[in-house]
Design a binder for this molecule. Structure first.
Ligand SMILES: C[S@@+](CC[C@H](N)C(=O)[O-])C[C@H]1O[C@@H](n2cnc3c(N)ncnc32)[C@H](O)[C@@H]1O
Length: 416
């Protein structure tokens, strides 16, 4: 065994040990077969030119291809790949013998899938970018995975007419679910997809039930955006140096409405709860979006590290925090947590004419989520033509091809 191979194996095992520990820290299980695949595939063969240490960074997407300031392709971060493969395997009860379509190539995830589906399954990988498919083919061959079918096409459309897959796993950020994704699934097949709702992206595992999809799980994530016919617009509006509002497709806010917002005095409100660190606050953020959109304009706040350090803003998560903007330009957002003895309280900060009321309103919704047992959302995806009467009772988001409905089922306190 060469020194390089020893270094690769050691780093790979260290990475997987860390992934298993990080899963446990989030209350998740790294499935044994996913763990075995991660310990088998030499990731450095899919990250040519990178130092081994960078190839085995559990939390970093690497080999980013940029178009201007925007990344359009990357080899995804191992932690996210592991979580999404886990979602797929959980939803399908294992992946052995399954036929899988990966949307967005690179080779690494496809080779893990190849390990997971085994000799009786199949893996097809599609990417819109010929440079990416060229690299994927070369890397897969170098790693000995010659039986992955790599296709260069816009995956918004069917990849092979009449072909059906048990699993479609999108590794690119979508704003909508194109009909082709549902139609290429077998009956009760599973789609795993990073999908943006209310400006926030979650990887959803969605099981097909005839013409609709219903979620089994979701994970917080971030991905490069879809290109081609399914491309969607996301814009950023500056509200202070290094602080932005992320505007979802169709959202309009005049810059004059947000000028000087954060310079106004700050009001704050707190829930008065004491929650354990394992609480999944990504679910709370979707809860807030579904509750607040009826009452005011819901937006997502993001901030650069320097802005947070300077104290201009103190968001719950600087990459995407729920926020509201009222007609009178009162602005409120979910604040950083307040910790006491390894437990935390939830709060809101607000600026503007009705700041105290806006912070109080946000905190009321957070308290309601805690009182409901911190429920996770379920996402229902129906065709665009589905009549209102067919929709489950929940928050409805109409997209181009589909009607999305988010529902929350209250849990008894103390149940898992
Ligand atoms: C994060 S990368 C994929 C990572 C990869 N699965 C891996 O193993 O690391 C996302 C890819 O999606 C591709 N993509 C974007 N829009 C697409 C579309 N409409 N159809 C197919 N591929 C697309 C991009 O070219 C990019 O290479």
């Amino acid at each position: 065994m060469s020194v390089g191979t020893m270094g690769s194996e050691r780093l790979r095992n260290a990475m997987v040990d860390q992934l298993a520990a990080d899963h446990a820290g989030k209350g998740l299980l790294l499935r044994p077969e996913v763990e075995a695949a991660l310990r088998t595939v030499p990731r450095e063969l899919f990250t040519p030119g990178l130092p081994l240490e960078e190839a085995y960074d559990a939390n970093a997407a690497v080999l980013k291809k940029m178009r201007g300031a925007e990344a359009v392709s990357s080899v995804s971060a191992p932690y996210l790949i592991a979580e999404m493969l886990g979602q797929a395997a959980d939803a399908l009860g294992g992946l052995e013998g399954r036929h899988a379509l990966e949307i967005g190539s690179g080779g690494y995830n496809a080779s893990l899938l190849r390990e997971l589906v085994g000799p009786s399954g199949s893996v097809t990988s599609v990417d819109i970018d010929p440079e990416v498919t060229g690299r994927a083919v070369a890397c897969l061959a170098a790693a000995g995975y010659r039986d992955v079918d790599v296709v260069c096409a816009d995956a918004e459309h069917p990849v092979a007419p009449d072909r059906r897959y048990d699993l479609i796993i999108a590794t690119v950020g979508a704003w909508d679910i194109p009909p082709a994704w549902r139609d290429q699934l077998t009956d009760d097949g599973v789609l795993v997809v990073p999908l943006r709702t209310f400006g926030m992206t979650r990887s959803w595992s969605l099981r097909r039930h005839r013409d609709r999809l219903v979620s089994a799980s979701n994970r917080q994530c971030g991905f490069v955006s879809m290109q081609g016919d399914g491309a969607h617009e996301m814009r950023y509006l500056d509200i202070a140096g290094g602080v932005h509002l992320r505007l979802d497709e169709g959202q309009q806010i005049a810059p004059a409405r947000v000028a000087g917002l954060l310079a106004q005095p700050r009001e704050e409100a707190w829930c008065g709860v004491s929650l354990p660190p394992i609480t999944v606050l990504a679910d709370l953020n979707l809860w807030l979006a579904t509750r607040l959109t009826d009452e005011t304009q819901f937006v997502v706040l993001s901030a650069q590290e320097a802005a947070v350090k300077s104290g201009v803003v103190a968001p719950s998560w600087r990459f995407g925090t729920p926020a509201t903007l009222d007609n009178d330009s009162t602005f409120a957002y979910r604040s950083a947590l307040r910790w006491t003895d390894r437990r935390f309280d939830l709060g809101a900060y607000a600026h503007g004419p009705a700041a105290a009321a806006a912070a109080g309103r946000m905190v009321e919704h957070m308290r309601a989520w805690v009182d409901a047992g911190s429920p996770a959302p379920t996402l229902h995806v129906l065709p665009a033509h589905a009549p209102d009467g067919d929709l489950p009772v929940g928050a409805v988001l109409d997209k181009r091809h589909s009607r999305l409905v988010l529902t929350f089922t209250s849990r008894e306190k103390g149940t898992p």
